[in-house]
Ligand binder design. Structure first.
Ligand SMILES: O=C(O)CCC(=O)C(=O)O
Length: 264
């Protein structure tokens, strides 16, 4: 199967609506791909806290509507990155959306680990509670977002719920690029999954986002990586999903787990 990460530029030069139209057109251009991925909070901007109130939306709001149509036109599964979701009670969540090639919503995930150390997302948003995996034509997708990468227990829970491929949209700061590179490879290697990590580029709210979106295989090998933190680009790789079972058999570390089994 062929997957592409659209490393979208997110800065203050465009409105959410303008960026939505541009993202939809980039997704429509990916005909022939099986899975297309967008970054975290690309409509409002992950670091544009002042925009969240105005640009928040419901699960079936304007981003979902535009992305459903774009998935259908591309004929691909679309992980539409995440939106600032506002639920009926008015609570905000950082919520990832997944559509199938018919444009049907097939799952959403509210970010469990909120970033900010008592500021920003950690105070402005509610935290998700559910570990989410979604069966697709090419395997089971697990969902995580950005800061979640620092919490291996979530990735182990995704593995235990059947994940073979984990998608991580992000707006990771360029200043911590080496953490991003290390954690994306580590999470792929330790769970023996394909890991698709799509980070925004561009600068807003005083933050240069790190780009370097990457597709990593279950051996920990980077199959494709964006070249820079500064430039919008699309990263594509062909994934042989049979590699997941092959590598888990060839190097059966998951079978050798001791502590998890002792606790259950
Ligand atoms: O963990 C980090 O260094 C960055 C996390 C982050 O930027 C986020 O979750 O939005």
């Amino acid at each position: 199967m062929r997957a592409s990460l659209i490393q979208l530029s997110v800065d203050a030069s465009e409105s959410a609506d303008e960026r939505r139209r541009r993202a939809a057109s980039l997704v429509r251009g990916r005909k022939g791909d099986d899975l297309v991925v967008l970054p975290e909070l690309w409509t409002a901007g992950a670091w544009a806290y002042d925009r969240w109130g105005a640009d928040c939306e419901a699960l079936d709001g304007p981003t979902a509507e535009a992305m459903s149509a774009a998935a259908r036109e591309a004929g691909a599964w679309l992980h539409a990155g995440s939106i600032v979701e506002r639920d009926r009670d008015g609570t905000l969540y950082n919520t990832a959306l997944l559509f199938d090639p018919a444009g049907e919503p097939r799952g959403h995930y509210r970010k469990i680990h909120r970033y900010g150390f008592d500021t920003g997302e950690a105070t402005l948003m509610g935290g998700g509670e559910d570990v989410v995996t979604v069966p697709t034509d090419f395997g089971v997708i697990g969902l995580a977002i950005c800061y979640d990468l620092r919490f291996p227990e979530l990735f182990r829970a995704l593995l235990d719920t059947g994940a073979e491929l984990i998608v991580v949209p992000a707006a990771w700061p360029a200043a911590r690029l080496e953490h991003w590179r290390l954690l994306t490879r580590t999470r792929a290697l330790e769970e023996q999954v394909f890991l698709l990590a799509c980070c925004a580029t561009g600068k807003h709210g005083g933050m240069q986002q790190g780009g370097h979106s990457a597709i990593v295989d279950p051996w920990g090998t980077v199959l494709a990586e964006a070249r820079t933190a500064e430039q919008e680009e699309t990263v594509t790789a062909d994934l042989d999903m049979t590699e997941v079972a092959r590598i888990r058999t060839e190097l059966p570390v998951l079978r050798d787990r001791v502590l998890d089994r002792a606790r259950s």
